[in-house]
Design a protein around this ligand. Structure first.
Ligand SMILES: NC(=O)c1ccc[n+]([C@@H]2O[C@H](COP(=O)([O-])OP(=O)(O)OC[C@H]3O[C@@H](n4cnc5c(N)ncnc54)[C@H](OP(=O)(O)O)[C@@H]3O)[C@@H](O)[C@H]2O)c1
Length: 298
């Protein structure tokens, strides 16, 4: 009898995301089990409980998924899960807190494709402003873009104090340097947009972050992309399906949340499928999500 594919889904939060549960089952897992309120210190015990219940050659049919809403906490749990393996007892591990790894990967990959197709250039040395960088998607977007050589600026909607902490965390954990800017006023946001070639918004759902008026001095702007699919759009005038199409009130092109979401969906689904089909245990974090997003993005 074929062995069942089982996914143990761990989150430090009070609920497992229904989005991730549906996606894991649709990708082909036979059973997905949520574990909520999991602290980093509990990960080793849970993983070892799972690995020793099946013979070593069945490890590949067992997966651990790390959720939550904090990039660093998820990566700590991811590391704890990987270190809990006792060879030859090993299982697969995939982290994607609040969909942030796959969403950020999809956004940066779509921007990279548009840069190549429309402007014949890459992410390296591009000037990128990120709005919503204290959120999990914005944080991960900043890390991926900075690691690709972009000059990233985190724009704080309530001033610079919190984005300063995010920048310090990115520097110490990922050895990537990012700048900060004050986006607490209209003028501050306008300055941040004017200084950028690429504007990425990853703010709270249903919040408009950039108005048409704020593009007034955006002479260098090439691309503006948004991941918020709940009206109003994060960037005024950007349509949800825009796929590197001219953006109103600018000379730039816009990429909307559904164009990004289409890649995000395929990346998360694809990584679950890779876990199921793997012949040896695999581990996937935001770097693997970005590698797959680059293959998928058009
Ligand atoms: N297209 C897709 O496939 C996809 C997939 C997943 C998520 N999403 C979207 O991605 C976005 C980010 O998700 P997330 O989980 O990181 O969200 P989040 O935790 O709600 O954080 C979003 C960010 O928005 C900021 N923010 C809140 N109110 C704001 C305001 N009035 N003006 C400017 N910024 C404001 C937050 O700042 P504070 O720290 O002060 O709260 C935070 O930095 C959401 O819109 C979500 O719906 C899209």
């Amino acid at each position: 009898m074929a062995r069942k594919h089982i996914l143990h889904m761990l989150t430090p939060l009070g609920h497992m995301s229904p989005f991730d549960v549906n996606m894991a089952l649709d990708a082909g897992f036979d059973a997905v089990l949520p574990y909520v309120g999991v602290s980093p210190g509990e990960v080793t015990g849970l993983v070892q409980d799972a690995i020793f219940s099946r013979p070593p050659d069945a490890g590949v049919d067992t997966g651990i998924f790390i959720a939550g809403k904090d990039v660093s906490l998820a990566l700590d749990m991811f590391d704890a899960a990987r270190k809990a393996m006792v060879p030859p007892f090993k299982v697969s591990v995939f982290a994607d807190p609040a969909g942030s790894f796959t969403t950020a990967a999809a956004m940066v990959a779509k921007v990279e494709k548009a840069l190549q197709a429309k402007f014949d250039r890459g992410l390296n040395d591009s000037r990128i402003a990120i709005f919503g960088a204290t959120g999990v998607v914005g944080f991960c977007t900043a890390v991926i873009a900075a690691k690709e050589g972009a000059h990233v600026t985190l724009v704080g909607h309530d001033g610079v104090e919190r984005v300063k902490k995010v920048a310090a965390e990115i520097e110490s954990r990922f050895e990537a340097s990012v700048d900060i800017a004050d986006g607490s006023t209209e003028a501050g946001n306008k300055r941040a947009v004017a200084a950028s070639e690429i504007v990425l918004t990853a703010a709270k759902a249903g919040v408009q972050v950039i108005s048409k008026a704020q593009f007034e001095n955006a002479g260098d702007l090439l691309i503006a992309a948004d991941v918020n699919a709940v009206p109003p759009a994060g960037i005024e005038g950007l349509t949800v399906n825009a796929n590197a199409e001219p953006l109103e009130a600018t000379k730039a092109v816009g990429i909307g949340p559904l164009a990004i979401g289409n890649v995000k969906y395929k990346v998360e689904f694809g990584l679950f499928k890779k876990m199921i089909e793997a012949e040896k245990a695999v581990t996937f974090d935001f770097q693997d999500a970005f590698a797959l997003a680059r293959e998928i993005a058009k």
